[in-house]
Write a protein that binds this ligand. Sequence first.
Ligand SMILES: Cc1cc2nc3c(=O)[nH]c(=O)nc-3n(C[C@H](O)[C@H](O)[C@H](O)COP(=O)(O)OP(=O)(O)OC[C@H]3O[C@@H](n4cnc5c(N)ncnc54)[C@H](O)[C@@H]3O)c2cc1C
Ligand code: SF4
Length: 502
Amino acid sequence: MSHVAYQERGDVAVEADFVVVGTGAGGAAAAVTLARGGASVIMVEAGPWREPHDYAHSTYGAMRDMMDDWGSTITMGRALWPVVQARLVGGTTVINSAICVRTPEDIFLEWQRNHGVGDQAFMERMWRFQDQLEDDLCVAETAPESMGRSNELALRGDAAAGYDGHVIKRYAKGCLGSGQCLQGCRSMRKQSTNLNYVPEVLRRGGQLLSSAPAERIVFEGRRAVGVSGRFIHPQTRAKGARFVARARKGVVVAASVTHSPVLLRRSGLTHEAVGAGFRAHPGTGVFGVYDEPVDQNVGVTQGWASTRWREDGGLKLETLSIPMEMAISRLAGGGRAFMERVVGYRHLAMWVHALRARSVGTVRAGFGGKPIVRYGFDAYDMERFRGGMVRVAELHFAAGARAVIPGIHGLPYSLGPHELDILRQGPLDPRRYVAILSHLFGGCMMGRDERTSVCDARGKVHGRDALYVADASLMPDNIGVNPQHTIMSLAMIVAEGAMGVA
Ligand SMILES: Cc1cc2nc3c(=O)[nH]c(=O)nc-3n(C[C@H](O)[C@H](O)[C@H](O)COP(=O)(O)OP(=O)(O)OC[C@H]3O[C@@H](n4cnc5c(N)ncnc54)[C@H](O)[C@@H]3O)c2cc1C
Ligand code: SF4
């Protein structure tokens, strides 16, 4: 059988040329590259298979059915910020906004300079894979008819304030602008990997074990020869039968920035570099309050962006429509005043920024194997983070907002156009801010120096044979743009290397 879902009893043993752990951006891209190259592939995925028509309608349902541990992973540091990732076939591509950005050239130059990886040939190969991904995953600029008012207002603000923004390109085919990307696209317009690469691998003779978290990599001497674990029931989380997936040619780990280092450590790779170098793009939003109805739940989830301050300030600005229940969690107060704010949802536009933070953290295994992310945030990052909120607020006012709601503890609930100095001088304590980490990097960093990195430039784990990493954990730095395109093309390079393509 090509897809083995949760099994309560009866141990499962399967074998192929390659075992790929994880079916998100990196895992699916690696698996399809291996399958297209003629290799047989077993994909081992911790989460269940979910059909798009079964995706939950609510944020609560998405957290229950799609998020890793209900989205309960948080940074352990001065601030407890959520680290958001998905756990189902298709990984985080199922719940993301499908924004596609090519890797900027300066990133490769930095990787070369700081880590000895990413030379000219590597860069050109990455971009060739990015051409292919754009074809495979129907990348297109958001069409005017699916933009919605929030994105149109951002374009208006941009024209007035000169933010050099652009309409976002996305992995979506005929997007209907239903603003549901973060709960999974029920209309199957978003090209998450459960709709394309995973089924293609199965069509090419591959196998999938779902609800099957790999617990350990199996070694014979230095050589990785498979993974083992136990099925987990997708609703009750009860442990089921054991499984072993054996690999004749190699094991490719793509379980995400938080889970890949933990899996490696649990499998005996206790080198200091495993789990080091965790980086992120922490982000937060500012509501604009408009006289006209915005109806942010109508229109594409994210349709406008500006990277004008990427190199100077490390900022990326975007629109982000969030559903009502998520928006309400950001509104303060109680009783009648709170209900009036809730009723005002129709007039709110949420725009966000994400910061290319320089702060670095670690990932380690905690109780029961749950990843623990230790991540502080220094004053320099905090100043730029606050500065990003000011830029977002200014854009709202340029677009005609009557007020902004910054959501910073200790500051007034809303600020008018002449009160922005209050935000400019806002606190620098991260605990006062509501932020989220959705773009993650590092933990199994590639690099030339075996003392400070886990893998080489082709994702092969130093000191082990037939063991590779092919997800965001490979990235030795954060990149200041949306990472899916970089992760997928990197995973394709790793897969080619594992097959012996020079
Ligand atoms: C809300 C949100 C919006 C985003 N929007 C965008 C966007 O618009 N554009 C963009 O470029 N990026 C976006 N991102 C980031 C992007 O989705 C991620 O960077 C990317 O998916 C990471 O790829 P990955 O392969 O490293 O991990 P994932 O895609 O998370 O895949 C990891 C997979 O491994 C599985 N797994 C974990 N542990 C195990 C185990 N032990 N055994 C087996 N399987 C395991 C997980 O269940 C998961 O399926 C967004 C992220 C979030 C959270
Ligand atoms: S906006 Fe709606 S239709 Fe478009 S990709 Fe997202 S969920 Fe799908």
